[in-house]
Design a protein around this ligand. Structure first.
Ligand SMILES: Nc1nc2c(c(=O)[nH]1)N[C@H]1C(S)=C(S)[C@@H](COP(=O)(O)O)O[C@H]1N2
Ligand SMILES: [Mo]
Length: 423
């Protein structure tokens, strides 16, 4: 790196010359701009799907995490039920893209590393602001990546709530990102117009791939074309070893990077289990002949499994799509939630479903009106023609199109319908 003092005088902040082992003849505005351009498109998709997932959890029912976000409150709306794969797509994009950008983020940081370490660290208030926005951008993106990856790999390993940290971390990142984009996009655009991608891809030898400012240096072990291939290869490999968890089916076994939650059942119940009955502390005795589901609305009704089986059965092919990005589509049969609402004497409104499971985030979930009244929204008794296994929520579980996996409550014990009777 050539250290030059600007003609305009000594007020200019100069990057520190990198240690020899960090010098590179290909580091420069062009690679930075290419990586930046790809991140400019992908990071907003990851951010927006993340925020949408927060809304899908239903902050209006006090069940999104974190619950109280102060002035960072997002617009709230009833998450759609159509298409039924909407949350599957949302989380598939969020998690897969979130992993795929890791090599890009690292390459981008590498490409500007000498600028991150500059002397003096702060020269003016304006420059201090720029440094702060950079800190928010770099710190934010790394924090989101690390917490996100740990969350899909392990059960909670944090000393803090993942969702709270990931939510507020996202806003730190967003602020830094917007400031950075405002300042840098014109520079990026100019650089990319000066040297086209196809030009660089045609660079035959390493020397040709050097940034002009480095021309007097020995070529690197790698050309710009090679660096692009390396990053693209890394991202492609991450995608290939992840995407199977969202696509499911035979491809599930290719998702080697996301082994979490891969305990399976038998036969028709042989698909991914989030948390087993044992892990959830479900006493098998409470799911036997003594099990009942209590419905409350304008009247109360208590049903056993035989009574549910005697009602109109409806079948729907619906995905379970977990916030962690995995999903699995199965054929569910059971009683429509709206038929149960009718039994409870209710003709509209939301419903709160409670599980036999005691305490914690999974003990109950509130469904929006559109989710309760959709014709495919079920209290499922069977899956793929067989009784639900205990791990998949026997005697009965909720399955609703488009709903985040977490609110498809297993081991249902009661449903409170909040709506009124016929108007
Ligand atoms: N009672 C209860 N319901 C639950 C859960 C749970 O742990 N307890 N896990 C939820 C989550 S996070 C998901 S993704 C789905 C997974 O359903 P499955 O284990 O049948 O695949 O169930 C949801 N319902
Ligand atoms: Mo989940």
């Amino acid at each position: 790196m050539v250290v030059s003092i600007s003609r305009r005088g000594s007020r200019r902040v100069v990057p520190l010359p990198p240690l020899p082992q960090f010098q590179s003849a290909i580091r420069g505005p062009w690679l930075t701009s290419v990586f930046g351009a790809v991140l400019l498109v992908s990071l907003p998709v990851i951010t927006v799907t993340g925020l949408l997932s927060y809304i899908a959890y239903g902050p209006q029912f006090g069940q999104a995490r974190p619950g109280d976000v102060g002035w960072l409150r997002l617009p709230q709306f009833d998450w759609p039920t159509d298409p039924s794969w909407i949350y599957r797509l949302n989380q598939g994009l969020h998690v897969t893209l979130g992993l795929v950008v890791i090599p890009l983020v690292l390459a981008k940081l590498w490409s500007v590393m000498p600028k991150l370490v500059q002397w003096p660290p702060v020269r003016s208030p304006a420059q201090a602001l720029e440094r702060l926005s950079l800190l928010m951008l770099v710190g934010g993106v790394l924090f989101e990546i690390v917490t996100g990856v740990l969350n899909i790999q392990y059960d909670y390993v944090f000393g803090f709530d993942f969702y709270t940290a990931h939510y507020f971390g996202a806003w730190v990142f967003i602020a830094g990102f917007l400031a950075h984009v405002a300042v840098k996009v014109p520079v990026m655009w100019r650089t990319l117009r000066q040297t086209s991608l196809s030009e660089v891809l045609r660079e035959r030898n390493r020397a040709a791939g050097m940034e002009p400012e480095h021309e007097q240096k020995a070529p690197d072990g790698i050309s710009r074309r090679g660096a692009l291939a390396l990053v693209a290869g890394g991202s492609g490999l991450l995608a290939a070893l992840t995407i199977g968890q969202t696509i499911d089916g035979p491809l599930r076994s290719t998702a080697l990077l996301v082994p979490r939650g891969r305990s399976y059942g038998d036969g028709p119940n042989d698909f991914q289990i989030n948390r087993t009955a044992v892990a959830a502390g479900i006493d098998p005795a409470s799911t036997g002949d003594s099990w009942r589901v209590e419905l409350s609305g304008t009247t109360s009704v208590v049903l056993d499994r035989a009574a549910l089986e005697a009602m109109d059965q409806h079948t729907a092919v619906l995905p379970i799509a977990c916030v962690e990005g995995w999903s699995t589509t199965q054929e569910w049969t059971g009683v429509r939630l709206r038929d149960l609402a009718g039994l409870a004497g209710v003709t509209d409104g939301t419903a709160t479903v409670a599980s036999l499971e005691q305490g914690g985030a999974f003990a109950q979930a509130t469904l929006a009106q559109n989710q309760v009244w959709h014709p495919d929204s079920l209290l499922a008794l069977t899956v793929n023609g067989a009784a639900l296994s205990l791990d998949h929520g026997y005697p009965a579980r909720v399955i609703v199109p488009g709903l985040p996996g977490v609110h498809n409550t297993k081991w249902v014990s009661r449903i409170d319908f909040a709506g009124g009777a016929d108007r």
